[in-house]
Write a protein that binds this ligand. Structure first.
Ligand code: SF4
Length: 310
């Protein structure tokens, strides 16, 4: 199978049905977050280069759009940190020329201290950066950043981006049980969030399998308390609503494997993201399990599927 850089649509709790665009190979990232659903970082770097040429990505995206795929957002994200790809600016520009579907950039925000990175994503309709800590020790504990990125560089970058960017910023705060989710933590987060001044604050937790077993999910009532401290713009990300309609798809197995390579999914996630009935999905899932191409991971009461070789 040739390399696939465009996948989904993926059911996203933040963006609805999101057509994902991968800008870097699997786990090339400036962080190694303890909660990462893709596992541990393989290449921790801050080197910007055309890891995947923008022209190749755009060709695949054009083809998907010609097939008539529908989505709420085209999301520049994928299997690592997308701003590491030095061609992200021209890519966002070209996507905007080809479609009216809004473009979202999902970034860890670590490189926003670099003016070139800020300028490169200026044309996006919405930018979704992360803020998972409020000081250097917390930053190191949760995000395990590249040694050349400090908490101060990261947070100053977020503030500089806010000043320059006319679009919406939806900030994600990822909280973990016994690590950064207490109300006293929320007070400290609030100090920095007010400086970044995002339109929305999405409070998330480890509902999917994480890189480290000690990165544990926060209970709903604790999430609600944390959110309350952050104020009216903050919300706990609601579970994705299952879509009613189903589409006929030509490449279900290929689409499923591409989706699972980017994130562990439940049966409902796959059904709603790809708009294929659960029973139809099961027809593909069972042989893939028997062939040891995908496996099952349990998290709480949910069953997630993911590729065997991750
Ligand atoms: S969660 Fe995102 S920023 Fe963190 S290690 Fe995974 S891909 Fe990188």
């Amino acid at each position: 199978m040739s390399k696939v850089f465009v996948y989904g649509p993926v059911p996203s709790r933040r963006l609805g049905r999101s057509l994902g665009v991968d800008l870097v190979p699997y786990k090339v990232c400036s962080y190694d977050c303890i909660y990462c659903q893709l596992g541990r970082t393989k290449e921790k770097t801050i080197e910007r280069k055309p890891y995947i040429p923008a022209a190749e990505i755009l060709d695949q995206l054009r083809q998907k759009l010609q097939e008539g795929v529908s989505a709420d957002f085209i999301t520049v994200a994928g299997s690592g940190e997308p701003t590491l790809n030095s061609e992200i600016g021209p890519l966002v520009h070209d996507i905007k020329k080809h479609t009216k579907i809004p473009v979202a950039v999902l970034t860890n925000g670590s490189l926003l201290g670099d003016r070139q990175v800020r300028e490169a994503i200026m044309e996006a309709d919405v930018v979704l950066p992360s803020l998972d800590a409020y000081d250097q020790p917390g930053f190191e504990a949760v995000n395990r950043p590249h040694p050349e990125i400090s908490f101060d560089t990261m947070v100053q970058g977020l503030m500089a981006f806010r000043k320059a960017y006319p679009g919406e910023i939806w900030l994600e705060v990822f909280v973990l049980d016994s690590i950064n989710a207490a109300e006293t933590d929320a007070v400290q987060f609030k100090h920095w969030i007010e400086k970044v001044n995002p339109q929305k604050i999405h409070v998330n937790t480890a509902v999917r399998p994480s890189a480290e077993a000690f990165a544990r999910q926060v209970a709903p009532e604790e999430m609600a308390k944390f959110c309350k401290v952050l104020g009216k713009r903050a919300e706990v990300i609601a579970p994705f609503k299952t879509s009613q309609g189903h589409e006929r798809r030509a490449h279900v197995e290929e689409d499923l494997l591409n989706l699972l390579a980017r994130r562990p999914c439940t049966l409902d996630d796959m059904s709603s993201g790809l708009r294929v009935h659960r029973n139809e999905i099961l027809k593909y899932i069972e042989p893939l399990i028997k062939a040891h191409r995908i496996g099952i991971v349990k998290k709480g009461s949910e069953v997630y599927y993911r590729p065997k070789d991750l």
